[in-house]
Design a protein around this ligand. Structure first.
Ligand code: ADP
Length: 248
């Protein structure tokens, strides 16, 4: 099922911190179902861009739309999350004392301030959603184990699974493979690739080998704007990109 049209649309977005332009006329379009990688040197504005999309930072000017219906600049963080935008920060934050299964069950509650009791009976539908997500993240065999004993990579996948419990339409993922082994990186590439199509995925990542292994489209940010966009081969041969990365 191929869907078309942008799911996320940023137009002429500007953000200054004490007069410093962190985001400078940023234009970005993410298509529905796409897997996009955002790269760029430190200070390029990647984190600020994610903060704008999730409503954590308000731009000084510009437009930010989710689909054609939702003007994100009129919404606060919880409202934006409930529209179906999930964000995964770099460090995994799972409930270490709980089982993998219970982590996923808790993640079903949209409002994290009101934790459901784990003793409540799950409906068949809820149970099968958890099983489906366990399979997607490849942790079926560990579902009864405490999350605290998982490897770093497995915790990252569990946290992605926790976001999936909310059935997001757009997943924002910050440096998923930092600290991972080669094998975990390969598995993460498979996972993120398998998610795209069902939802849109935006990945901010520094590891170029990883970006090359997953991305069909890469956006290079520099000084708060888009410097280049295209396939990894296209952007890595772009003289502007080479200059920024090599500091020439
Ligand atoms: P990246 O994630 O690409 O490394 P950031 O979005 O974190 O870049 O930062 C972009 C620029 O904005 C940097 O120069 C950073 O120092 C600055 N910046 C980010 N957040 C703030 C803030 N809250 N106050 C002041 N400056 C900030």
């Amino acid at each position: 099922d191929v869907r078309h049209g942008p799911i996320l649309y940023l137009e002429d977005v500007n953000v200054s911190f004490d007069g410093f332009k962190a985001i400078n006329n940023l234009n970005l379009t993410i298509n529905d179902g796409e897997l996009r990688c955002i790269i760029g040197p430190n200070g390029a504005g990647k984190t600020t861009m994610m903060d704008i999309i999730t409503g954590k930072t308000r731009p000084d000017s510009g437009q930010v739309w989710f689909g054609s219906r939702h003007n994100l600049l009129t919404k606060n963080e919880p409202e934006i999350a409930s529209l179906g935008i999930g964000r995964k920060f770099q460090k995994p934050t799972v409930f270490e004392a709980l089982s993998v299964f219970d982590n996923l069950e808790l993640a079903m509650a949209a409002d994290k301030r009101v934790l459901p009791t784990l003793t409540a009976r799950l409906s068949g539908e809820q149970r099968s959603r958890i099983d489906e997500v366990l399979e997607t993240i490849g942790l079926e065999s560990l579902c009864g184990r405490q999350a605290g004993i998982l490897s770093h990579g497995q915790k990252q996948w569990l946290e992605i699974g926790m976001l999936l419990m909310q059935r997001p339409r757009l997943l924002l993922v910050d440096e998923p493979v930092a600290g991972m082994t080669e094998q975990e990186m390969e598995r993460t590439a498979e996972l993120l690739t398998s998610l795209a199509g069902k939802q849109s995925v935006v990945v901010v990542e520094h590891d170029m080998g990883f970006v090359r292994s997953i991305a069909r489209q890469v956006t290079v940010l520099h000084q708060g704007s888009v410097l280049a966009e295209g396939t990894m081969d296209q952007v890595s041969n772009d003289p502007k990109v080479i200059e920024v990365y090599l500091g020439a």
